[in-house]
Design a protein around this ligand. Structure first.
Ligand SMILES: [Cu+2]
Length: 159
């Protein structure tokens, strides 16, 4: 099962990295040794005319070296940021973070009420039942293409 997952990640990375990076061999090696898995992906539907939404997922690092999520993007949004929630007194606020570190053996959850991916400039609403393509870029593992099924859940706080 684990071997299968790595092969899958490697082939996806090779497929999307090939056009821009002829020398993808080293990257492929790194990805297979990193053993990063992205699980439990989903996104909130956009609500009545609002052009922002949130995405959630779990990143599991089954490898023995640290990595970090450094950026995210989507064809369905003008910009995707990595956000975290902080308490300012009794007020919960969110802010963008530059990178999300994932230590060896660690499992990082992006879930409602905590860290999340934030989509800005959504022109075509996210509708329940469809999948939003997202590209994650890790410092060492490189680029990973994932899909976030849209489903109703905890609605995201206002920005
Ligand atoms: Cu946010």
């Amino acid at each position: 099962m684990r071997a299968f997952f790595c092969v899958l990640i490697v082939s996806m990375a090779a497929a999307c990295g090939a056009p821009q990076q002829p020398a993808e061999e080293a990257t492929t090696e790194q990805i297979s040794s990193m053993r990063l898995q992205v699980l439990d992906t989903w996104a909130s539907p956009t609500l009545g005319g609002v052009d922002v939404s949130a995405g959630y997922l779990t990143i599991a690092n089954d490898g023995d070296s640290a990595d970090q999520l450094v950026s995210a993007s989507s064809a369905r949004a003008a910009r995707v940021e990595i956000h975290e929630m902080t308490m300012d007194g009794a007020v919960m606020q969110m802010r963008s973070i530059a990178a999300l570190p994932i230590g060896p053996g660690e499992r990082i959850e992006l879930a409602p009420g905590g860290r999340h991916l934030m989509f800005f400039g959504v022109t075509q609403p996210f509708a329940a039942g469809e999948e939003i393509p997202v590209q994650l870029t890790f410092e060492h593992a490189g680029v990973m293409d994932i899909a976030l099924p849209v489903r109703a859940g905890a609605t995201h706080g206002q920005h």
